[in-house]
Design a protein around this ligand. Structure first.
Ligand code: NAP
Length: 316
């Protein structure tokens, strides 16, 4: 640790996606001397995407890994330090807060949790190999690449309806494959999808295999869950929309969460413990965009700075 940073650390940021790195840029510039702890694949979900065309400031688009690398450099430029390590335990019940990564324990006066969420996947053998080559979890990010193509959306919730409806702007046809004969999605979103002539439906059906060649996805094997009958269909894209799991297991029992495990916040970033803030997808089941995550990282860093100022005034 550089000696400019006293123990305990002012701010520890968990996660290095757009929320964590934006928080780091703001925290570093306000001399909160942040330490970002990230896993073996820094950068969050965006590192798995191809071209990002909706992040403001990049009219020609930018690929996910490059955007994250640039955010990393920007955070580093102002003095953010990065540590690769798996956080295995935290103790937020007493201050300074304690965070264990590997064999080391870090103490922090404030913590910003930006551990993100992971898309639920179907569990098919080659789905991660084909991620970005026909398999996607984000129509907003990738829909544009499916102009006049045939795509399948899996799921029966709000996300599946929204993704399918959005994809009809580009695709020739969008088939929604759902494992039951009833949708979980809210009535307005269902209605919009049901009334869209480009949307086709496969009820009581699951995807059991993804077919592909060197250029990417070429088709799917579908199975009727009632009859067991299987069928191969041709398609160019598979959008998996079966929900996300927030990465919050570490904080179970310490922070208030909703029934799906998302961290509950007030004022957009304050958790149930003063001094612990949350930003990005870990507290946002709704928007889940890079730009909203970045905005919430900014907010968390500003609130952490205020919290540290108050703490310093109290300690003086
Ligand atoms: P969700 O509501 O949990 O729905 C997931 C869907 O995927 C369900 O239909 C589920 O089937 C299906 N599914 C789950 N695991 C599956 C598997 N292994 N194989 C096949 N299908 C599977 O998730 P979501 O749609 O992402 O929505 C998450 C939250 O965000 C919800 O609260 C939703 O209301 C909210 N949201 C709101 C909006 C909006 O208001 N505009 C937009 C998007 C999301 P079953 O139905 O059979 O369980």
């Amino acid at each position: 640790m550089p000696d400019t940073c006293k123990t305990p650390l002012e701010t520890v940021i968990l996660g290095s996606g757009p929320a964590g790195l934006t928080a780091a840029i703001y925290a570093a510039r306000s001399r909160c001397c942040p330490l970002v702890i990230h896993g073996a694949q820094p950068g969050g979900q965006l590192t798995g995407t191809t071209v990002i065309e909706n992040f403001p400031g990049f009219p020609e688009g930018i690929d996910g890994p490059t955007l994250m690398e640039r955010m990393h450099q920007q955070a580093e430029r102002f003095g953010t330090r990065f540590l690769e390590g798996e956080v295995t335990r935290v103790d937020f019940k007493k201050t300074p807060f304690q965070i264990w990564a590997g064999d080391d324990c870090y103490q922090a006066k404030s913590v910003i949790i930006s551990t993100g969420a992971s898309p639920r996947m179907l569990g098919l053998e080659n789905e991660w190999d084909l991620y970005g080559r026909g398999v996607s979890v984000c129509a907003t990010c990738d829909g544009f690449f499916y102009k006049e193509r045939e795509v399948v959306v899996v799921g029966g919730g709000d996300t599946a309806m929204e993704e399918a409806t959005f994809l009809t702007r580009f695709a020739r046809r969008v088939t929604i494959v759902h494992r039951r004969d009833e949708l979980r999605a809210s009535p307005p979103l269902q209605k919009r999808a049901r009334e869209n002539k480009k949307v086709a439906w496969r009820w009581n059906t699951v995807v059991t295999a993804i077919h592909a060649d060197q250029s990417g996805v070429t088709g799917l094997r579908l199975k009727d869950v009632n009859t067991g009958a299987e069928e191969d269909i041709a398609c160019d894209g598979l959008f998996v929309a079966i929900g996300h799991n927030p990465n919050t297991e570490l904080f179970t029992g310490q922070l208030h969460m909703d029934q799906d495990g998302y961290i509950l916040t007030k004022n957009g970033c304050e958790t149930s413990i003063p001094g612990i803030f949350a930003s990005g997808d870990v507290q946002d089941p709704l928007y889940r965009q890079a730009i909203t995550a970045a905005g919430s990282g900014c907010r968390a860093a500003m609130m952490a700075e205020r919290y540290l100022d108050d703490l310093a005034a109290y300690e003086d």
